[in-house]
Design a protein around this ligand. Structure first.
Ligand code: LLP
Length: 452
């Protein structure tokens, strides 16, 4: 894996930190040249607690959950907003989601275990995964998971059998691929037909599978589920996919009189990663979803189902930042300038994997303009190990604290111990207080599973 060629046309934007627009967490502020989040000095936090470190603006996290709940509650009855925990989960996060009245989307036994350990109510949990194991299904049914999203006929049969053995009737959703293309990175498109997820509409595969679920023993088909992809900024495909789904609701009703009660529309909208990006407003997302739902239900003559959605990124990406300390600076003459930090692809694989783009600032020079174009690289033995490719930054020195914005989603959850790097601590900041909610790993943690 190599770095993409340097962008020779990149020009430093001369922005200061507070000019970075929608990538900033809600409470970001600059005082005496230092970046503050949640009333806490990020420079002091980095220097006292050590880097690399993930920091979350707790007020921003809670505010986004409230925006989702308000946006749906004012438009429909009994809507459910399930936080997609794959974006970022630890026990503190599960507790916040619980306190904010969210449901929770988990994608397997591990996330389910964290949620239950944090006291998250099982009946508000939606269990995902295209290849859940026998054990994971048993754990979910035993725990009383609110909904299990069925991804194949094999799985439907398995759930039916396990629920029967446990003397239970399990509520399920069937995951349908509506055949709608969303405008996002190929790796995170999921609504198109050639996808490992769910049941395609082609050749009545989805329709026949819904009928099979309705007649399966020990399960109740509560609803249908769709997910068209992630980091979607243009919202029209959501409306298109909802229309396909509601047409299926109508066909099923006509075929056997069964009225499906719920529609889960999957993940939320994309976020701003670059200062000039304009992210979808949560309220607008809810409006588009509910308008489409009402219009399609009227068109096909079916009752409006209860709506659920499963946003991850739009709740945690922007409130989360990563702090690093600059280790070395290397200016390759005529090629590019590298600023190397004490983390990298082990705490943020997204740049290597998707060439994701981020905005960064030097937290101890946060009031200064970003006058240089640099590539912020990590400390790993891999050429593609970069965090920011050809981005604007202030003139940096070893020892400076670099903050990378918008790293709250799919960074911690996709982190690794590559090169024996310990996973960073996670710190929640609010009202001038910093709370370590996951401590930094130790070398002993790296060996904790080894058997002597
Ligand atoms: N529901 C389901 C069934 C999902 O698969 C996902 C994300 C979500 C909800 C949440 O979507 P969101 O609101 O976060 O867009 N690792 C990639 C993202 C993979 C998304 C996987 N599924 C990345 O770093 O961009």
């Amino acid at each position: 894996m190599a770095l993409p060629a340097p962008n020779k046309d990149a020009v430093a934007d001369n922005r200061t930190t507070m000019e970075l627009g929608k990538v900033l967490p809600k409470t970001a502020n600059v005082i005496d040249g230092h970046l503050f989040v949640g009333g806490v000095d990020m420079v002091e936090l980095a220097r006292t607690q050590g880097t690399a470190m993930y920091v979350y603006d707790e007020e921003d996290l809670r505010d986004r959950m409230r925006q989702y709940r308000t946006a749906f509650d004012k438009r429909c009855e009994n809507a459910g907003v399930a936080y997609a925990s794959k974006a970022f989960l630890n026990k503190a996060m599960a507790r916040i989601a619980k306190e904010e009245g969210m449901h929770l989307d988990v994608s397997g036994g591990g996330e389910l275990a964290i949620a239950l350990a944090a006291g998250f109510p099982a009946d508000r949990i939606v269990v995902h995964g295209n290849s859940k194991t026998e054990l994971e299904l048993t754990e979910a049914i035993q725990a009383g998971a609110g909904r299990i999203v069925v991804d194949s006929i094999t799985e439907l049969e398995r759930i039916s059998r396990i629920a029967g053995e446990l003397g239970k009737v399990q509520d399920v959703f069937l995951r349908i691929t509506p055949g709608v293309e969303a405008d996002t990175h190929d790796y995170i498109k999921t609504g198109c037909e050639d996808s490992k997820f769910g049941f395609t509409m082609r050749d009545d595969f989805a329709f026949e599978s819904v009928l099979a679920a309705i007649s399966a023993e020990n399960v109740r088909l509560a609803g249908l589920h769709m997910h068209i992809g992630s980091q979607i900024l243009k919202l029209e495909p959501f409306a298109e996919a909802i229309d396909v789904m509601i047409e299926l609701f109508a066909r099923v009703k006509e075929a056997c009189g069964y009225e499906i009660d719920e529609l889960d529309v999957g993940g939320g909208p994309g976020v701003a990663y670059q200062a000039e990006d304009v992210p979808a407003v949560i309220d607008e997302f809810a409006r588009i979803v509910t308008d489409a739902l009402n219009a399609s239900c009227e068109k096909y003559g079916v009752a409006v189902p209860r709506v659920l959605c499963e946003p991850g990124r739009s709740i945690v990406a922007t409130p989360g930042i990563t702090l690093y300390t600059v280790g070395t600076i290397k200016n390759l003459p005529g090629i590019r300038k590298f600023v190397a930090v004490d983390g990298g692809m082990s705490d943020n694989i997204r740049t290597a994997l998707y060439h994701a783009s981020y905005e960064a600032t030097v937290a101890n020079k946060a009031d200064q303009p970003r006058t240089q174009i640099v590539t912020i690289v990590g400390k790993h033995c891999e050429s593609g190990d970069a965090v920011v490719l050809d981005g604007s930054l202030q003139e940096a020195q070893p020892g400076d604290v670099v903050c990378v914005f918008g790293t709250g989603a799919y960074c911690h959850s996709m982190s690794s111990n590559y090169n024996g790097n310990v996973r960073p601590a996670v710190v929640f900041v609010k009202d001038g207080q910093a709370r370590v909610v996951s401590r930094r790993q130790t070398y002993a943690d790296l060996m904790a599973c080894d058997v002597d």
